[in-house]
Ligand binder design. Structure first.
Ligand code: C5P
Length: 311
């Protein structure tokens, strides 16, 4: 008698991120930039459910608008699943259901989180049982932010942002996010930064060849002190993002005049991240920004990286 195991579903979750500090070095020949960043994973997560299937497919639901997401081979979750199948010599496929809570093309690493959770879910579903190092290596091939979605917590990212070392962080930081109703293209924001640097090359210092994360940033994270961290939040992609979408400047100002310790563009934007002193300030700011008809979500960080969830 043969018994076949009941088809099962594997559920994995991975977090969105913010870059509390991001310095961008000069444009390299491969089209990338060396960066020095401090990442923090936040409590906005992507849930991936992987079902057995003969081929590869993905569908989306969630609290953000998922209507314009690609579901073909250009989707990063599909790329993650096919990359793992190829690496492990797995011959069948997967049906992915992704529940999204991280804004799309929002500068918070939502697609990267999908990819990281997909790697973990498919590895468990298929029993390919790759080592953590092998999965991280695949994550690196998928995108600069995918390794961090895998590891989570608080970390320094060098190189393309994919060479990670964990950073100590105490307690929980409170964040308020203003989501935009449009997305921004990361390559386009990097290109705008390069154009700006070219235009003003007479007046500004050349971009650092090997940028680094300022020690004071790591100290603020270690101290768990939001006031100290607010003083040193920095994002080199903020100016180019504001050039491309100037109205985001007013969102930052609105938050800062309603109790935020500091506001900044998250990653390549357009999400605006506000650091607040505590939960009371987070709730007050959420009310003020919502009254201005912004789409506002609260979150805390740091949180776990990609992990399996038992339903
Ligand atoms: O690695 P990822 O596919 O997420 O990068 C998307 C784009 O962002 C790259 O094609 C590049 O234009 C830009 N990028 C960069 N330097 C980095 C990371 C990303 O120029 N360190």
């Amino acid at each position: 008698m043969t018994t076949s195991a009941a088809p099962r579903v594997v559920h994995a979750r991975a977090p969105g991120k913010i870059n509390v500090f991001l310095k961008v070095g000069a444009l390299l020949e491969d089209g990338y930039h060396d960066v020095a960043t401090a990442y923090q994973a936040v409590s906005l997560a992507e849930d991936v459910r992987a079902h057995p299937a003969d081929d590869f497919s993905v569908s989306f639901s969630g609290t953000v608008d998922v209507s314009n997401l690609a579901t073909d081979g250009s989707n990063l979750a599909i790329k993650a699943a096919t990359l793992l199948a190829r690496k492990a010599g797995y011959r069948s496929g997967v049906r992915l259901e992704i529940e999204k809570h991280v804004p799309i093309a929002g500068g918070m690493g939502g697609g990267s989180a999908d990819a990281a959770a997909t790697l973990l879910a498919c590895d468990a579903l298929w029993g390919t049982d790759l080592s953590r190092e092998d999965l991280l290596e695949l994550a690196t091939q998928l995108g600069s932010d995918v390794p961090f979605a895998f590891t989570g917590g608080t970390a320094v990212g060098m190189g393309r942002g994919d060479q990670l070392s964990p950073a100590l962080a105490k307690g929980q930081f409170q964040w308020v996010f203003a989501f935009a109703d449009f997305g921004m293209s990361t390559p386009e924001v990097y290109r705008e930064l390069d154009r700006h640097r070219d235009r003003h090359s007479q007046d500004i210092f050349p971009a650092e060849v090997q940028p680094h994360v300022d020690a004071i940033v790591l100290q603020a994270l270690r101290a768990g002190d939001p006031h100290m961290l607010a003083e040193v939040l920095h994002n080199d992609l903020q100016a180019p993002a504001l050039h491309l979408e100037p109205e985001l400047g007013a969102v930052i100002e609105l938050g800062e005049s309603n109790g935020a310790l500091a506001g900044m563009i998250s990653g390549s934007g357009p999400t605006v991240a506000f650091l607040v002193a505590d939960l009371d300030h987070a709730l007050e700011l959420q009310i003020a920004l919502s009254a201005a008809r912004l789409n506002v979500v609260r979150a805390t960080g740091p949180v776990h990286g990609a992990r399996l969830i038992s339903d």
